[in-house]
Design a protein around this ligand. Structure first.
Ligand code: AMP
Length: 503
């Protein structure tokens, strides 16, 4: 099945309904969207791009991003969205890795390419063809359920990125999972895109195309909290995917400006740990408008869901524990917590989170060894450590590589971070392990303070809430934490910094 069928159908059913918004303006209705996609397909065919070939998009969020993406599918090719904030050499590396036939670029990115990278494939900056649409009923190249559709390059917090191959089967189940477990979408409902379309946030546009919703690119192209709440008021029933850092920025703004949130449907958070203190603060100022998902490029947005009704059920006796979890398995996956030897573990015992089902990627592009490491006996090994409770709620501890073993005890830095973040003068925190001659490893906390706070204050706080051995041995106060393009704290960089500090 070619996913472009969804857009073709939406053009027939929803014709003149807004499909793509730019700021408060309607950029294209569904007929216009499908027409621009067919024009893209025609262009690609004329350029000799064959079904199954890869086509990159290296652009900032822009209203014609989606017509290009769907046009690539219409022509039977696979799309490779590249994060617009990558260095051109990194982008070049990805284009070589997937042997892209060509890459759509905005002029800014194309200029960077020519200055600073070799250019792995032809770059296309002139998208004038978009204004010369074919009739939206023109032919869609047939694809199978298991053909590559989207190469999702992992954010690469360690090593070189790998391209998770997502198929129509994966993306269809992902979209149906959203509609059944996160929230239903009606024609005209809105998905805002302040985060890069190239990554997890971009995948959220699919259920909205399926249901005749409107995908809106902010005029600023990114996250501006004032603009965000204005767009929510304009488009109504508006949702958005937000990494925890974005939720925090929206909540900080809302605390001061008390925006009208009537038009807000759901802020879906995920992609990195959401600390309890942060989500409670966000709910207090933004209101009952949250749901959480847990996924990864290899099983995008589909492993677990913490639905809005659970988040709002604050009378439930286990509400706090549930809020600290990432929710329960989505219906498209089987979830199993496994030991290092691959044995299933009972509830309450931490182990590696493993999943299987129709949403798990086909494999990594051209990397059979990495694929065999990630998918064993049909189970995707996520590299995340977590434990299920008796009710099936999954609490993530950490990435397995972030686990610290001190004096033979496993310490999950996340648990310590949760406690440190309850201090009113702590803005952000990243806890890592470092080699320790006595204990094997010990903890160091990198702290971004809001105001006056000392190592002694934080030590007292930890003593009041944690076992003694979990206390950081050292606090380092810094102005900011190193983050990747998606706002995730780079613990590998913190560990390198820590190693450089030692004699
Ligand atoms: P990526 O493939 O770049 O989307 O990164 C996926 C990783 O982000 C997962 O393997 C988790 O470690 C982390 N992650 C995703 N969602 C959540 C969540 N809701 N809570 C905590 N960590 C998350």
């Amino acid at each position: 099945m070619n996913l472009a069928l969804w857009l073709q159908n939406a053009a027939r059913v929803h014709g003149r309904r807004p499909a793509i918004g730019h700021g408060t303006a309607v950029h294209r209705d569904y007929r216009g969207f499908a027409g621009a996609a067919t024009a893209t397909a025609r262009y690609l065919r004329q350029r000799g791009v064959h079904p199954g070939e890869r086509v990159g998009i290296f652009m900032d969020n822009a209203p014609d991003y989606l017509p290009l993406l769907w046009g690539i599918w219409w022509a039977g090719a696979a799309v490779v969205p590249l994060n617009a904030r990558l260095h051109p050499r990194e982008a070049d590396w990805i284009l070589v890795d997937c042997q892209a036939s060509l890459c759509f670029c905005d002029s800014g990115h194309a200029a960077l390419f020519t200055e600073r990278a070799a250019g792995a494939c032809p770059l296309v900056t002139d998208t004038g063809f978009l204004s010369d649409p074919d009739h939206p009923t023109s032919e869609i190249t047939p694809r199978t359920e298991d053909d590559p559709a989207w190469l999702f390059y992992t954010s690469g917090t360690t090593g070189k990125p790998k391209g998770a191959v997502l198929t129509p089967r994966n993306l269809r189940w992902m979209s149906l999972g959203y509609l059944s477990m996160v929230q239903p979408v009606r024609p005209g409902d809105c998905m805002l895109h302040p985060a890069p379309l190239s990554h997890g946030a971009g995948l959220y546009h699919l259920p909205y195309v399926l249901q005749g919703g409107v995908n809106v690119i902010p005029a600023s192209g990114g996250l501006d909290a004032a603009e965000f709440f204005a767009l929510v008021g304009h488009w109504r029933n508006a949702s958005c995917f937000a990494a925890p850092t974005i939720v925090k920025r929206l909540a900080d703004w809302a605390r001061i400006h008390t925006p009208d949130t009537d038009g807000l449907a759901t802020i879906i958070y995920g992609g990195a740990p959401m600390y309890l203190a942060d989500i409670e603060a966000a709910r207090a100022v933004i209101g009952p408008h949250f749901a959480q998902i847990y996924g990864q490029g290899e099983s995008p947005m589909t492993i677990t869901v913490l639905p809005g009704h659970v988040i709002e059920d604050s009378a439930h006796p286990r509400w706090r524990a549930r809020m600290a979890s990432v929710g329960h398995a989505q219906p498209m996956v089987e979830l199993s917590i496994r030991s290092e030897q691959g044995e299933p573990l009972p509830a309450g015992t931490p182990g590696e989170v493993c999943v299987r089902g129709d949403v798990v990627m086909a494999g990594y592009w051209n990397q059979p060894a990495a694929t065999a490491r990630a998918i064993r006996d049909g189970w995707l090994h996520t590299g995340d450590i977590g434990a299920l409770d008796a009710e099936g709620f999954l609490t993530l501890m950490d990435r397995s590589k972030d686990l610290v073993i001190s004096g033979g005890n496993n310490i999950y830095p996340r648990e310590v971070e949760e406690v440190l973040l309850t201090h009113p003068e702590v803005q952000e925190v990243g806890v890592i392990g470092r080699p320790d001659p006595e204990w094997g490893e010990s903890l160091v906390a990198y702290v971004v303070p809001k105001g006056a706070v000392s190592a002694q204050d934080l030590d007292r706080l930890c003593l009041a809430h944690l076992a003694r051995y979990k206390r950081p041995k050292q606090y380092r106060f810094v102005n900011e934490l190193p983050k990747n393009n998606y706002g995730k704290v780079l613990k590998t960089v913190l560990r390198e910094r820590e190693a450089a500090q030692r004699p």
